[in-house]
Design a protein around this ligand. Structure first.
Ligand code: GNR
Ligand code: NI
Length: 167
């Protein structure tokens, strides 16, 4: 872990349940934070990171879905409309739930809307894993985790294992 990296909160840390606030100020500190989040995500070998995961409760997400790890993307105030709710199932992982992967079903088609670091608005219909990752990250901003879609038996088993691993 490089010195500049943030510590990633691990489930069941209650801080992961906080609902992030909308970003209204587009200043240099936002740019700096986004870049430090990207660095933290790359260091952890993740494809996405929500500010919630580093205990910063604002609606900021970074992603890099490229094979070459050379396509950093930053999403301010991301949200989506569901275009097709028929389920798409994908084996998800989460940097806040290390060592556990579970098949999760989510709406298969969304319209993603966000702002950039200047505050300009964008929208796009993501393809493939981008659709999954966007929903996963926006869940983080709302205090939700993929384990919330599992049975309480499965979720408790994961929670107990991570609690024991921490100490
Ligand atoms: O690195 C990650 N991989 C991943 C795989 C399948 C579905 C979602 C993800 S996101 C995750 C990084 C993370 O925890 N983001 O919040
Ligand atoms: Ni995650």
């Amino acid at each position: 872990m490089a010195m500049s990296d943030y510590k990633i909160l691990i489930f069941p840390d209650p801080k992961l349940r906080k609902v992030a606030k909308k970003i209204t100020i587009f200043d240099k500190s936002l740019v700096t934070l986004a870049h430090k989040m990207l660095e933290t995500m790359y260091e952890a070998d993740g494809i996405g990171l929500a500010a919630t995961q580093i205990d910063v409760h604002i609606r900021l997400v970074v992603m890099d879905l490229s094979e070459e790890r050379d396509n950093p993307r930053i999403f301010v105030n991301p949200e989506y409309d569901i275009l097709d709710k028929s389920p798409f199932t994908y084996e998800e992982g989460c940097l806040s739930i290390p060592g556990f992967n579970e098949e999760i079903s989510r709406p298969s088609k969304i319209l993603l809307k966000w702002q950039d670091l200047k505050g300009d608005f964008h929208q796009e219909e993501p393809e493939g894993i981008f659709t999954v990752c966007a929903q996963h990250e926006i869940d983080h901003l709302d205090g939700k985790l993929f384990v919330d879609y599992l049975s309480s038996i499965k979720r408790d088993r994961i929670r107990k294992k991570l609690e024991n691993r921490r100490t």
